[in-house]
Design a protein around this ligand. Sequence first.
Ligand code: ATP
Ligand code: MG
Length: 500
Amino acid sequence: MPDTKGPRILVVDDNRQLRRLFALYLEGEGYVIVEADDGRTALEHCARECCDLMLLDLRMPGLDGHEVLARLRVNCPDLPVIVISGTGDVADVIAALRAGATDYLLKPVEDLAILLHAVKRALERADLLQENRRHREHLEQEVRERTAELTAANRELEELRRHLEQENEYLREEVGAVAPVSGMIGGSSVMLRLLHEIELVAPTGANVLISGESGTGKELVARAIHERSPRRERPLIKVNCASIPRELFESEFFGHIRGSFTGAVRDRVGRFQLADRGTLFLDEVGEIPLELQGKLLRVLQEGEFERVGEDHTRRVEVRIIAATNRNLLHEVEQGRFRRDLYFRLNVYPVAVPPLRERLEDVPTLAGHFLSLACRRLGVEPPPLRRKHVAQLQAYAWPGNVRELQNTMERAAITSRRGEVSFDLGAPPVATAAALHEAAAAGDVLTEQQLRDFERENTLRALTAAGWRITGEGGAAELMDLAPSTLSSRIKALGLKREEA
Ligand SMILES: Nc1ncnc2c1ncn2[C@@H]1O[C@H](COP(=O)(O)OP(=O)(O)OP(=O)(O)O)[C@@H](O)[C@H]1O
Ligand SMILES: [Mg+2]
């Protein structure tokens, strides 16, 4: 039974005696020996099963040692070969070494210990080489994998960088337009109900349709919903549908590629893509042209869209918060807004009440806006006295919270010696009409209603008299009052000519 444990050595020599000598000696040293008496047999053997080392005679009939070496280098480049030269011709040996032989011995090999030494050295070297090669292959493989990973990561980074750049550009555009998000102020029951609704719907991811008059705080509500949602780490992107020219809607929403229309000088990401995995706030949603509503519906339903000028379909996942100060259902009935789109947007309706329906909030809001404005001006906020609050609460605020904010900013600028005053618009005609109605129905009028009525009546007289107080046809005569009484009343009511 051959010892299969030791390294296998193929001894190739046409001299049988020498072969046997080497074989017996090396077997004694624990090697497994296979013999071949010519070059062809040696190569055939190598093709069949591998060995660890070849002892190769150079001069042989048929295929000689040089031929064998040349073919081996093609098929078994790693097999260590010790050539045994009988001629002692140096050129012969050098040629063999150049052709890839590991070592050489000269015949006659009288001291077999030299053979053993050469064999051991060649095997060791082969082991080292193999180990080296394994390491190198491993390293190369690792480098390849890392390179692939890096390339993919780089590509992703590049994509991210572009995305961020575009997001930045968008944010820069927005910075001027959007006030920093301040908390929502208001403790009235309507406001508390609204806050409760915000808390309820925010985490659900459902589309929200916010309705309310201009300046009621719809945008603030949209921001509050986004900030309380799991998407808060992702962007809230705003599109003001009222300010986009009709022909640019599609590009604004979905983006375009360079050259897709005149003026498209470079690729542009649309708002939908910017808002991916975040929230898209469609302000004034009622302004979206009918012909684009179908495409909007598609992205809401399927999450798919194409950039203008491109076939490639992109996917997004976006939560929509829309706002409108129109009656959108009425728009649907008039055929100006698609019903299916309306239902997609109106999953959860939130109505922001006008300020006149929550006058309890006026003092807090007024105080808040006044101190904000004073801080900006670097002045001490003047106190808001009861009479001021009463005056502010007597007003109907057709421009809602925004009007109150503007009023307080003006008041901060015009306040003198710590005393604040307001220039409020005239109460709407509706107030007077409502008063007439209430009076006619026999209802009791409040002090406030009477004051409003007085104010309205005085304004009417002034307007009719072209703001002339004294003389024939003057306001004092019209009201059957002494001109001085009227003058002081005008002052007390804070009436000014531009209010007429
Ligand atoms: N409850 C509130 N607390 C504090 N500030 C508020 C509140 N509501 C509104 N505001 C402020 O009033 C201003 C108008 O609000 P916002 O822009 O949200 O109104 P809007 O309903 O979106 O108005 P429009 O219909 O004109 O777009 C903003 O400066 C906002 O910060
Ligand atoms: Mg708004």
